[in-house]
Design a protein around this ligand. Structure first.
Ligand code: C5P
Length: 238
């Protein structure tokens, strides 16, 4: 069963807390990205812990293995369901992250959070890769990095819903996919270019659907969330 992740990309802690209060009965997972993490990270972690909700820390870590492992240990807390790293940090870094998460989860007695890898950011095009000295297009690089992430025992990758079918074919259904760029039919795309509806993403086989602004900017975030969950439940997976 695919799960819904709500991206709390809002600049004020009070706004994020209000959204958690409005949505927590739906059992969605909350995504804490760089802005909330740096602006009010500690506060929102405490709040989520007090509300007993699950969350995804979208910290996209990329540093030497020891530093990433140490940061991962800090981010493993009750409620942490998913953490992530950049696959471009390399195999050793990803392995160190996965090991640190296992170790720390065992120490504090919680279920081991999943580590996902970001392969190629969707903002990076073929020319950017060339400029960086990486051969091949975004698709090829994403597959190569996904293989590295799988070998490092990452649970899956962050990708476009358009790539899910290929990734599942290459790596099997157990290798998880987490897909932003989801837009309910009829809602504004904003800066997202290649979108899928919740039903399309579930049908394509996505395991975690990330939705931000269509929920956070809605007049009634709870109703929009319920509608998306209904659409997801009504859809048969690929
Ligand atoms: O508001 P929206 O639904 O576009 O939010 C999508 C979330 O997913 C944002 O937090 C964004 O940073 C994140 N994301 C993305 N595309 C990627 C990776 C992450 O939109 N390729």
């Amino acid at each position: 069963m695919a799960q819904l992740i709500v991206a709390l990309d809002v600049d004020a802690a009070e706004h994020a807390e209000r959204l958690i209060d409005q949505l927590y009965e739906t059992d969605v997972i909350f995504k804490i990205g760089l802005e909330p993490l740096y602006a009010y990270g500690e506060r929102i972690f405490k709040y989520m812990e007090s509300r007993d909700v699950r969350f995804f820390v979208d910290a996209k870590l990329h540093d030497i293995p020891r530093t990433v492992a140490a940061a991962m240990r800090v981010l493993v807390r009750p409620g942490a369901h998913i953490l992530n790293v950049h696959a471009l940090g390399g195999a050793e870094m990803m392995q160190a992250a996965v090991e640190a998460v296992h170790e720390r989860a065992g120490e504090i007695g919680i279920a081991v959070p999943y580590v996902f890898a970001v392969t190629i950011l969707t903002s990076i095009g073929a020319e950017d890769l060339n400029e960086l000295g990486l051969q091949g297009g975004p698709g090829e690089n994403a597959i190569r990095l996904a293989a590295l992430a799988r070998d490092a025992r990452c649970a899956g990758v962050v990708c476009s819903a358009h790539e899910v079918a290929d990734l599942k074919q290459f790596f099997g259904a157990d290798f998880l996919t987490l897909t932003p760029g989801i837009r309910p039919a009829g809602t504004a795309h904003g800066d997202q270019k290649r979108v899928m509806t919740p039903a399309q993403a579930v049908a394509a086989g996505s395991d975690y659907l990330v939705v931000g602004r269509p929920i956070t900017e809605a007049a009634d975030p709870l109703q929009v969330t319920r509608d998306i969950l209904d659409e997801m439940r009504a859809t048969v997976r690929a």
